[in-house]
Design a binder for this molecule. Structure first.
Ligand code: NAD
Length: 260
């Protein structure tokens, strides 16, 4: 059902976004990969994805914390493919610090990348979805869109905002065969989390393996990571007809994190 559909995934050169790109490529969709790396760095990934799909694969090296760069990207994509049928807002970074010493630059970056970018891609993709009478929007939020954690002020604020934005878009599109949902992962072992494991290992003088266990023990009762591929499978499900009546949701995959 995804052949001839165009899927744009922000922040998709790594981790969850890349796993989503692979799964949609296997469904023969057109894939628009996005990240801040150069085309040369990403070429090997593009080659693998191109072999998977009968559709086209393109790379947009665009900083989605910048609204004007998003506008240009969306214009190029709409020129080439007509519309974005599936929009996945995934790009974000993390910064951990007590609020009184939290860097203002990091705050601005996380809010623009993890929240405002979704506002811009959604407002620019919706007219095309409406003209086709079908669309799927998935915002990769986090358990931090539902609960807080100390020293993650910008991230928790951005992710709570993402869950709120999801609800509003769902209401505004409720009668149009367009759905908008947030996915809220707990710990998933990706470069974003590896960085936090390494920082914890250094701070506590323990091994990376011990830091990994420590991290899980603190928040995720299953004591296991979700895999990027598990999140991709959930995203694909949300784009199927079976999920047509799921909209405005904040769907967790968190090993029990928020059930505590
Ligand atoms: P990751 O670090 O593996 O990948 C991040 C991606 O974002 C990369 O492709 C990178 O190039 C891209 N990126 C970074 N800055 C960018 C910018 N300015 N413009 C465009 N792209 C940019 O991250 P991940 O762990 O796969 O996380 C993906 C999403 O899932 C994020 O929104 C994250 O908050 C969310 N999430 C992750 C976890 C987890 O445990 N890994 C948990 C909950 C939520």
């Amino acid at each position: 059902m995804f052949k001839d559909k165009t899927v744009l995934i922000t922040g998709s050169t790594s981790g969850i976004g890349l796993a989503i790109a692979h799964l949609f490529a296997a469904q023969n969709a057109n894939i628009i990969l996005n990240g801040i790396e150069s085309l040369i760095e990403i070429n090997p990934i593009l080659e693998v994805l191109s072999r998977k799909t009968q559709g086209q694969v393109i790379y947009e090296s665009v900083n989605v914390s910048k609204p004007d760069e998003i506008e240009e990207m969306m214009a190029r994509v709409c020129d080439k493919f007509g519309v974005v049928d599936v929009l996945i807002n995934n790009a974000c970074v993390q910064h951990v610090s007590p609020i009184e010493s939290f860097s203002i630059e990091k705050w601005d970056l996380i809010i623009s990348l993890g929240l405002s970018s979704a506002f811009h891609t959604i407002r620019l993709a919706l007219p095309g979805m409406r003209s086709k009478g079908w669309g799927r929007i998935i915002n990769i939020a986090s358990v931090h869109g539902l609960v807080g954690s100390a020293e993650k002020s910008a991230y928790v604020a951005a992710k709570h905002g993402m869950v709120g934005l999801t609800k509003v878009v769902a209401l505004e599109t409720a009668q149009e065969s367009i759905t908008c949902n947030a996915i809220c992962p707990g710990w998933v072992l990706t470069p974003l989390v590896q960085k936090q494991i390494d920082q914890r290992a250094t701070a506590k003088g323990i091994s990376a393996k011990e830091a990994e266990h420590d991290l899980l023990l603190e928040k995720q009762p299953s004591l296991s990571f979700a895999k990027p591929e598990d999140l991709a499978a959930l995203a694909l499900f949300l784009c199927k007809d079976d999920a047509a009546q799921m909209t405005g949701g904040a769907i967790t995959m968190d090993g029990g994190w928020i059930s505590r």
